[in-house]
Design a protein around this ligand. Structure first.
Ligand code: ZN
Length: 380
């Protein structure tokens, strides 16, 4: 049993000052002001001293970090992110994997999830069917040409219901059949438009399968048919226009992935409830190119192109607050509450509420993490 008192508890629509939380059996049993929620004698007592207590981060789009990718070493990657408050992650794949690599990695992660990487809640399959024109490592992308059932059946079957999100480029030939098959295997799977230059019409045709997310909005996307200053519409515009689509956002410190005015534009149009902060973190050994020497939290592919980040969600939240002038409540909404809802886990996680899993982050106003609680256990 853990009892935390004197916290600024981050709720969905504000801060509960002088708040206390009683955690029992991995669950938030009681929540309220200090004077109403008393500590049982046998509880471990923590004085939060005015720190913020918010819901553990839900990073749905993270490839790896701390030297390890989820698809190579899920245990170590999961542990690294947990220390940074990421109490839920979706292990995220990429297009550089062969079919066999997809299969063996998926099995490996499944085993890790049952043993010592319990903060992995499933997979975010970024690929195989993206548009190679808009990806890092374009030369290493093995998934080109017409989409064939022989290629994807085993991958979809093996990932099963743990594949919560499939990222797709709607313009790929044969994508329709692939999406139909994914839904057959896992009716709860959702799709994200990713690494794409699809027109709004192309995206609209696939809406029946459930396109609910745009993968890193305003990053790695294009628009066809532009000429002489005449702008056309692509995935970014489709996402901005459609209220039921969440916009993933990468907020690196120097706003390289998404410039600050575009971050503000996305927030202004979508509203805070439809923003999902992601790290899109990779563990690559590739060197930082001179051009980006000032931006230490980026990651690069073997050709020197920006390819995701080295971020963790605590830093993402700090950057988001700085770039968009948002409150700490908004940052927790975008980093925890919204992603939990998007992947259908909001009944269990994503907010500080009685009855929910005790996945919590204790931090100061700049998201310096002081303690992480995962399923009722102290982590740091
Ligand atoms: Zn991506």
């Amino acid at each position: 049993m853990i009892y935390i008192e004197n916290a600024n508890v981050v709720l969905k629509n504000g801060i509960l000052k002088n708040g206390a939380v009683l955690i029992n059996d991995g669950v938030i049993e009681k929540l309220g002001e200090n004077r109403y929620v008393k500590s049982p004698e046998n509880a471990l007592k923590i004085d939060a001293k005015g720190l913020y207590l918010g819901p553990g981060f839900v990073d749905i789009h993270v490839h790896g970090g701390g030297g390890y990718n989820f698809f190579d070493n899920p245990q170590k990657a999961a542990k690294y992110f947990l220390k940074h408050g990421e109490t839920t992650v979706l292990a995220t794949s990429y297009t550089t994997y062969t079919k066999d690599e997809y299969l063996s990695a998926t099995e490996k992660i499944k085993v890790a999830m049952m043993t010592d990487a319990k903060n992995i809640a499933g997979f975010y399959m970024e690929g195989p069917y993206l548009n190679p024109k808009y990806g890092a490592e374009p030369k290493l992308n093995k998934w080109r040409g017409k989409i064939r059932k022989d290629d994807y059946c085993e991958i979809v079957n093996t990932a099963g219901t743990l594949a919560k999100v499939w990222a797709v480029a709607p313009e790929r030939e044969g994508i329709d059949g692939f999406m139909e098959y994914v839904k057959l295997v896992n009716p709860n799977a959702i799709f994200a438009v990713a690494h794409s230059e699809a027109t709004p019409d192309e995206i609209e045709k696939l809406k029946k399968y459930g396109i609910n997310i745009q993968t890193h909005c305003m990053n790695a996307t294009g628009r066809v048919g532009e000429s002489k200053g005449i702008r056309s519409a692509g995935p970014d515009e489709y996402c901005l226009l459609n209220d039921d689509i969440y916009a993933e956002m990468i907020c690196d410190s120097m706003a390289v992935h998404v410039p600050v005015p575009l971050q503000r534009l996305i927030l202004k149009v979508k509203g805070i409830d439809k923003i999902i902060l992601i790290t899109d973190s990779f563990a690559t050994g590739n060197e930082i190119s001179d051009k980006y020497a000032y931006a230490q939290d980026l990651s690069f592919d073997s050709e020197g192109n920006v390819s995701g980040s080295r971020l963790t969600m605590d830093i993402v939240c700090r950057n988001f607050m700085k770039h968009t002038k948002s409150s700490i409540c908004s940052a927790f909404l975008a980093a925890s509450t919204n992603p939990a809802r998007a992947i259908g886990m909001d009944k269990e996680i994503g907010s500080v509420k009685e009855g929910k899993r005790a996945n919590l982050v204790l931090c100061d106003e700049n998201f310096n993490i002081k303690e992480v609680i995962f399923e009722g256990e102290l982590i740091n």
